[in-house]
Design a protein around this ligand. Structure first.
Ligand SMILES: Nc1nc2c(ncn2[C@@H]2O[C@H](COP(=O)(O)OP(=O)(O)O)[C@@H](O)[C@H]2O)c(=O)[nH]1
Ligand SMILES: [Mg+2]
Length: 459
């Protein structure tokens, strides 16, 4: 789709900095070189030192570098340029004002560069969306996943499924056009085998969505247990800040405290909770209610006790064992392990660690145990995982269509009747269409507005 306007925007972060980068894209980018840049158009992809002029007053606004990219070998697929200028607020502003004085040059809207890149076939929608993830990535594993998706890991996967479903649909439709006697005997078996293989592959990927959500928003880890066990001390240790007040007085933490932290490259929502104990104080009771709610919703529980005291009375979180993974921590081991606690150490299902926050012992084992759980909960495999609910929903639709194909084929086999190929072809079309929407292979104009408006200006 040819765009007549040439667009420009500050592509580096707004605010003062050593340098700033302004990106320009469109058919008339070359006009820059008559109006603002007093040098011949440089060879593509090479940086050229230059001054920048105001096109009307001829005032020198700044000096720096410009790079020219020739269509289609650019981010947008159009002619593009980048101006690397000094990053002062007034300098940036003066260059942006100067650019707006060139005829047909307009400030870009949010996501407009990426939208042009997509429309010009430079990348698919999954790659465009993971560019936002890459920019938003705050931890190492978020960055790795986003980078692999921008490089086309999801694109390859979905493109392959799209291709195989298209083939299956084309085959089915071709058979529809045959007179009865020419339909191959193996047709139903062929559809069954291929659609079931696809269903298994798509299901496996579809089921990574909870992992993707944890990788995007953070794995919820709740620290729970009785008062005075050292829960708030553990929160402060893991967060490396004094976020929670710790004290020998039972009931110090009355409300839950949440922190977003990075553990071994995984984003974590760490929640310190009020100690579970008998109390008549209504505020403390409310805090305990919230602690139980957090325990219920957490992806991983750190169940903490004072190991120097008998803990048999606090069985609430141990027996029956919680539904989610849990690490049982016996703290204050510097004061000796209470001999009655051997019972708990013998629980076969539980993962139990003895530590001392006061003496910093057992902490690296604890850190590794948490990291191992995070690998299982939010990563751990090299296969691409689903990071956006849009993909999950679309794949669900494809899976539903393939489920119906399976049912039809099974029913036909049970009743020894022939299957209705028109219905099969229609289900394959529905399944195909859903995958096409993820990568942007079908008309997705409404979707484009939603997706690209989430981008920042200059992207
Ligand atoms: N001896 C000893 N005291 C600790 C240890 N960890 C925490 N404490 C102390 O135990 C008290 C209760 O700790 P706190 O983190 O507030 O426990 P919470 O009620 O479970 O949040 C504080 O006085 C801490 O300094 C430890 O490993 N050994
Ligand atoms: Mg506390």
């Amino acid at each position: 789709m040819a765009q007549t306007n040439t667009i420009f925007a500050l592509s580096s972060a707004s605010g003062k900095a050593g340098l700033a980068v302004i990106r320009i894209s469109g058919a008339q980018v070359q006009n820059l070189f008559q109006k603002m840049i007093p040098i011949p158009i440089p060879a593509a992809n090479f940086m050229q030192y230059t001054c920048f002029y105001d096109p009307e007053t001829q005032d020198i606004l700044d000096f720096g570098f410009c790079v020219f990219f020739t269509a289609p070998k650019s981010f947008t697929g159009e002619d593009c340029a980048e101006l690397h200028i000094h990053g002062g607020l007034a300098t940036i502003q003066s260059i942006l004002v100067a650019l707006s004085k060139i005829p047909n040059f307009y400030p870009a809207e949010a996501g407009e560069f990426s939208k042009r890149g997509f429309l010009n076939g430079k990348f698919d929608l999954t790659q465009a969306e993971s560019l936002i993830d890459l920019i938003d990535a705050e931890t190492e594993h978020q960055r790795r996943a986003a980078l692999s998706h921008t490089r086309g890991a999801l694109h390859q996967l979905y493109q392959d499924w799209w291709y195989r479903l298209s083939e299956l649909r084309a085959y089915t439709e071709a058979c529809l056009d045959f007179p009865d006697e020419e339909i191959p005997d193996t047709l139903e078996e062929h559809i069954f085998t291929h659609s079931e293989t696809l269903r298994a592959e798509i299901t496996q990927h579809h089921d990574t969505a909870p992992k993707g959500e944890r990788l995007r928003l953070g794995t919820k880890i709740a620290i729970i247990g009785p008062s005075n066990a050292g829960k708030s001390s553990l929160m402060n240790y893991l967060a490396q800040t004094q976020a929670a007040i710790t004290s020998p007085i039972a009931g110090t933490t009355r409300d839950s405290i949440e922190l977003h932290i990075d553990i071994a490259g995984y984003p974590v929502k760490l929640i310190d909770t009020a100690g579970i104990q008998e109390t008549s104080d209504p505020i403390e009771q409310e805090g305990i209610k919230r602690a139980r709610q957090h325990a219920e919703q957490a992806d991983l529980l750190l169940i903490m006790f004072d190991g120097s005291q008998p803990i048999a009375d606090y069985n609430e979180f141990i027996s029956p064992p919680p539904k989610q993974p849990a690490i049982i921590i016996l703290n204050k081991i510097d004061q000796g392990l209470n001999r009655y606690n051997n019972i708990i150490l013998n629980k076969p299902h539980a993962h139990i660690l003895s530590i001392s926050l006061a003496e910093s012992s057992g902490l690296s084992e604890l850190y590794h145990a948490i990291t191992r759980n995070l690998e299982t909960l939010a990563g751990g495999s090299h296969a691409p995982i689903i990071m956006h609910t849009r993909y999950q929903q679309a794949l669900r639709n494809t899976l539903n269509a393939l489920d119906r194909v399976k049912q039809m084929l099974e029913t036909a086999q049970k009743t020894d009747s022939s299957v209705d190929l028109v219905l099969i072809a229609e289900e394959l079309r529905i399944g195909l269409n859903s995958i096409a929407q993820i990568i942007g292979k079908v008309d997705v104009e409404d979707l484009l507005e939603i997706i690209f408006s989430r981008f920042c200006i200059g992207k």
